[in-house]
Design a protein around this ligand. Sequence first.
Ligand code: CO8
Length: 258
Amino acid sequence: MENVILKEENGIAEVTINRPKALNALNSATLKELGQVVNEISDKKEIKAVIITGAGPKSFVAGADIAEMSKLNSIEATNFSRLAQNVFSQIENLPKLVIAAVNGFALGGGCELAMACDVRFASKKAKFGQPEVNLGILPSFGGTQRLPRLVGKGIAKELIFSTDMITADEAYRIGLANKVYDPDELIEKSKEFANKVMSKSPWGVRLAKASINNGLDVDLEAGLKYEANSFGLCFSTEDQKEGMSAFLEKRKANFKDC
Ligand code: CO8
């Protein structure tokens, strides 16, 4: 693959969007490669967590590729949007932890990619923004849907209408970034968090992720039912038995993901 690099180490997959000359802008070839990589990760049980980042010192992803987009007709634009939406939904629903390690510009489709991840860890150099209305379009890789779910309707409208680029600290203040780190410790801190989550019960984390994701798209009553059913499901796993036995026996749990 040319535009996406996949590296695996100790149960963690590091996915790097690799078009540094175009600040890692997402063209359709890159989106398709990303989709393939996500499928591969989904199939591999040994991969427990994923870190998505951008190549080079400057950018996570500076958005959809404007040069490619500028030539699209209406049908092609809809298809381009659906391609990215499908890949990002796949990422959002992977039954594994997904961390966006935002190492620089996360603009437009880049911010939208980061929002499809479970958490966003930002380098102090990161900049977030949704500049689409500068280009005569709207955020269409999920931004009008995921940004208000993360930061609330008012702030989402302020960011999308103004196109203001915000710093990592501001992104942290509004709840868009979970943490802010020095650039050279971003990946290490992301791995540290991945290892922490990987030491917990895999079924607990997996079902909590699905419950949060599914619950936010339905009314509270339906979300609560989903949660109760997931809770019930835990009791068919060895991990629930191990987790509770370990607590009662005052020892560290040894989860086997079964
Ligand atoms: N697409 C294509 N090329 C890009 C992009 C992009 N999004 N961003 C940067 N590049 C290229 C530049 O053209 C430039 O290439 P070259 O060297 O060949 O001229 C190279 O990357 C370096 O960029 P700059 O020289 O501009 O670097 P600066 O440090 O001066 O500026 C910025 C960095 C501020 C990030 C600037 O590059 C910029 O504003 N980029 C565009 C950001 C943007 O508007 N992103 C949103 C795109 S729209 C989008 O994501 C919509 C998603 C939904 C679409 C639905 C479609 C149907």
